[in-house]
Ligand binder design. Sequence first.
Ligand code: DO4
Ligand code: MG
Length: 284
Amino acid sequence: MKIFKKGDQALINHDDRFYVHPVSNWDKFINRDSLYQHLIALVDSLTAVEVDAKSLEKTDPPMENQEVWAAGVTYLKSKTARMEEAKQAGGDHFYNKVYDAQRPELFFKSTRQRTVGHGDLVNIRADSTWDVPEPELTLFINSQGSIEGYSIGNDMSSRSIEGENPLYLPQAKVYDGCAALGPCLLVPESPIASDARIDLQIHREGKLMYEDSVGIDRMKRTHQELVDYLFMECSFPYGVFLMTGTCLVPPSEFTLKAGDMITISIEHIGTLKNQVTQMKGINS
Ligand code: DO4
Ligand code: MG
């Protein structure tokens, strides 16, 4: 079952059919126990409609008042790439430590205001010289701490700012247009397949500049472990989205440029596409 958000409507996709449901309160709509069962009952009461593929080329992030958090250094590849970028500044040691530590790295990433949906523009900072997308399986966890759904997240990152000093992490990670989420919220009957694949492509002027893919089973930590730490001393009255870390890192000589097209696909969820812009005060 997939829910696409289009303004105050939910387009629900189930068994190759679409259903339209008006939603006046998105937070209440998704933040519930047994979301899958709720949607099954809801779909039963609705009539299937035709949905034009064009209307799904741009969708809102499946969020309203939820915070977006992110886990870091959950894959070996993220650890080694970050150790390399922070070596000169003497910051490499901390990535090594956090990879093996019991406590995971969790950081506050975004709110609705700084998050864009599928088909919208992600931003790179004007004061950054080295930028990458981070394609990440993203969990939707309800206020009771139960994982109810999944989406695709792009944790846009400035490697030059983070590499200069790990204490600059919030500036490397949080700015207008720093996150993309979509194209939908996958609400499956049982947890997503543990070997689901993530694929990242970056195109520049139509030319493929980078492509790689990886299975989420390469992650060092479990989803539940990340959720347990996130909920340890924080409550989330509307539920919360948690990006689970990246394992796909373009080669060190690559940096994003305005106009690049980022395509992230995750098996069972779909494809999140965003073009890159470089615009100060994108949301002002
Ligand atoms: O340690 C800094 C951020 C790590 C991160 O975003 C990732 O591993 O995906
Ligand atoms: Mg990340």
